[in-house]
Design a protein around this ligand. Structure first.
Ligand code: PRX
Length: 652
């Protein structure tokens, strides 16, 4: 196990605070202790039948042809029908689906299930007129606007798989995804609000489409109202496409889709330069996200639920859109940042809508911690009864602050571990059952069998050492492979320990059987809960004409969890400068997106390499963390790393 994990383990081993479930939850919670006793197959069979509506019921629970699973085999259903139509049909059309809060103060929309249905049907009819049909591939590049949800549902209604790309990604990142999925259509917006300014998305989409010739039609939603260039014959306005369309569901029936039909691809960083197209299909994904959402957030008919993630990440797909809508939830959706116009914006939203469940990332909690509790104190947060955390390990201090200052010292905090690939939460407390330990994600969700294994794949005795987290049985929302890349799928997840899924995270199970996640054990970093690949950032750096070589690693950061540190050698022995560092950071933002910008850039005449020429990232990491160097005996030239240390120190 990498050294940094041992440090984390030492810190966590001293964490002995315990929080048993509140009395009321023990009695009334959706999940009761016996839920853990159910046989996984019986559990998922029941969830599949009860949580979804089927046009053709499934004939068998699953087929497992390692490493490919099929779930709810033989069934037919439609995701949009399950998320919207059936709630209207069963008399819940007036229930609010989304309280949408725009970033500009005062801009709000209340969208009921009936209204959502009308918007979705209008969009689907408009899309169909443009030629989008069952099996068409569609790219979506939208921010946190209701039309993003409407688009996802309208495409699911038609049976057109999509990939929704986070609005912060660059033109190159967008075009890479459009090309990989061979998208024929792109749905985007003129611009998105961010901290009081509008960020142009359409011009980024234009640059992306210039490199993605498969896209023949682009639908543009007017949001920021900035001037955009509309390309004749390719670009059309959203309002022209949808406004005059009928909104009557009978005029746009839901396509019957097979349980295993592709619902969407979500591209995610891996250990190579190219993001992986993670495949998610229909029935298992919907069952898994809805079941976890129901039990983990203890959903009740009057719950007002807010997942403060961005829709462009898997958290948004699973827990802003599909899981909550299948469950007929009332959600809050917010367009902007937590600190605009002031740092109490979130708490104003919680108070306004009487939010009862809030789900966010540790990095956001740490930002609020840094700003101080006075912003939360300005508002009545007494409606909150449950808090959730996702995306990265939550340090006990942040956990406790979250519970005390946001949850009024009374709410359970559910720390949910999962991944883009898992589609749904796999390791989590259940609020009425688990005794919570700050920093621990508790235990595998019912129906999930996990373990921690050593280098040989042998299960490690609970209460001893850390190892590799693996999942031992297939689960409904698991990825169905990587798009058009069977080799990589097998190699990344299934080759190190045959027969089990390798999550890529270090983990320790304590003597009670609770899981403590320790961070990634591969070249994937987690910055503010966003997944970044070291190799992808290295490629972006060497793409700059003046860069000869680059190595990227991370260091721990109090706010963002991890921060990116880049070591760069310029061509021709040139010396670096502050200005050059800024230029390189901007270049990374241009190639990947602003989220990938290195926090520190250290210029160095050479990188530390082994005699066979391999860059020793382990040592660079030691330098980044400002700790004693590990074994340097295999270095070709030990003076290189000393020089880098001196330079790095000079910078701090
Ligand atoms: O390292 C784990 C970390 O985030 C990775 C997955 O990232 P991504 O696919 O972007 O999905 C993020 C949202 C689900 C994991 O391999 N991670 C996620 N949740 C936790 C976590 N690490 C510790 N504790 C968590 N609760």
């Amino acid at each position: 196990m990498p050294d940094q994990n041992n440090q984390n383990i030492d810190a966590l081993l001293t964490e002995d605070r315990r929080y048993p479930p509140p009395e009321k939850l023990i009695k009334d919670a959706n999940a009761q202790p016996d839920i853990y006793q159910l046989d996984p197959d019986a559990f998922w069979e029941r969830e599949g039948r009860e949580r979804l509506s089927w046009s053709t019921p499934f004939s068998s629970l699953r087929e497992w042809d390692l490493p490919y699973a099929k779930w709810y085999v033989g069934g037919q259903l439609n995701a949009c029908y399950n998320c919207v139509d059936r709630h209207v049909e069963s008399g819940h059309g007036d229930k609010v689906a989304y309280y949408w809060e725009g970033e500009p103060v005062g801009e709000r929309r209340v969208i009921t299930y009936a209204e959502l249905q009308r918007l979705v049907v209008q969009a689907a009819n408009g899309f169909r007129e443009l030629g989008i049909a069952k099996g068409s591939h569609v790219g979506v590049y939208l921010g946190m606007v209701p039309e993003a949800v409407v688009t996802m549902l309208a495409l699911a209604r038609i049976g057109a798989p999509f990939t929704l790309v986070f609005g912060g990604f660059s033109a190159d990142s967008l075009s890479g995804r459009l090309v990989d999925m061979q998208c024929e259509y792109l749905i985007t917006q003129d611009s998105a609000w961010r901290r009081g300014k509008i960020i142009d998305l359409k011009s980024t989409a234009d640059t992306a489409m210039a490199q993605a010739p498969s896209v023949r039609t682009c639908v543009v939603l007017k949001r920021g109202g900035n001037e955009v260039t509309m390309t004749e014959g390719r670009d059309v306005w959203w309002h022209d496409v949808t406004d005059n369309q009928p909104g009557d569901p009978a005029q746009c029936p839901c396509e019957a889709m097979d349980s295993e039909d592709l619902l969407f691809l979500m591209y995610s960083s891996g250990t190579t330069g190219k993001p992986k197209g993670v495949v998610h299909t229909t029935a298992g994904y919907l069952t898994g996200t809805a079941a976890t959402h129901y039990y983990i957030f203890d959903l009740k008919p009057d719950t007002v639920y807010w997942c403060a993630a961005d829709i462009g990440w898997i958290t948004g797909h699973s827990y802003i859109v599909f899981g909550p809508l299948v469950n007929g939830t009332t959600s809050v959706m917010y367009e902007g940042t937590p600190d605009f116009p002031d740092k109490d914006r979130w708490w104003d939203i919680v108070e306004r809508y009487r939010v009862s469940v809030l789900y966010t990332a540790p990095t956001a909690v740490r930002s609020h911690m840094k700003w101080g509790p006075e912003y939360a104190e300005r508002h009545d947060l007494s409606s909150l009864r449950l808090l959730g955390s996702v995306g990265e390990p939550i340090n006990p201090e942040a956990w406790i602050w979250y519970r005390d200052h946001i949850g009024g010292g009374k709410t359970p905090v559910v720390d949910t571990w999962w991944q883009t690939e898992t589609g749904m939460v796999l390791i989590t407390p259940l609020p009425g059952v688990s005794t919570l330990k700050p920093g621990s994600a508790s235990r595998p969700f019912p129906g999930i069998r996990a373990a921690v294994v050593d280098e040989n794949g042998t299960e490690i005795e609970p209460g001893t050492t850390a190892g590799y987290l693996v999942i031992k049985n297939p689960w409904p929302a698991m990825l169905r492979g990587l798009y058009h890349d069977d080799d990589r799928y097998r190699q990344v997840y299934w080759s190190k320990f045959p027969g089990v899924y390798l999550a890529g995270d270090g983990c320790r199970v304590d003597a009670d059987g609770d899981y403590w996640l320790m961070g990634r054990i591969d070249d994937v970093m987690n910055v503010s809960g966003h997944r970044l690949s070291t190799i992808e950032i290295e490629s972006a750096l060497v793409d700059h004409p003046e860069v000869a070589e680059a190595a990227v690693t991370s260091r721990q950061d109090a706010l963002t969890g991890q921060a990116v540190v880049a070591y760069v050698t310029l061509k021709g022995g040139a010396e670096g400068s502050q200005q050059k560092a800024t230029e390189l950071r901007d270049h990374v933002a241009k190639v990947i997106g602003a989220i990938a910008k290195p926090a520190n850039i250290v210029f160095t005449p050479e990188l530390p390499k082994t005699r066979s020429g391999k860059i020793m990232r382990r040592l660079l990491r030691d330098v980044a963390e400002n700790r004693e160097l590990g074994d340097t005996t295999t270095l070709a030239d030990p003076s290189v790393v000393q020089e880098i240390q001196t330079r790095a120190e000079a910078m701090t």
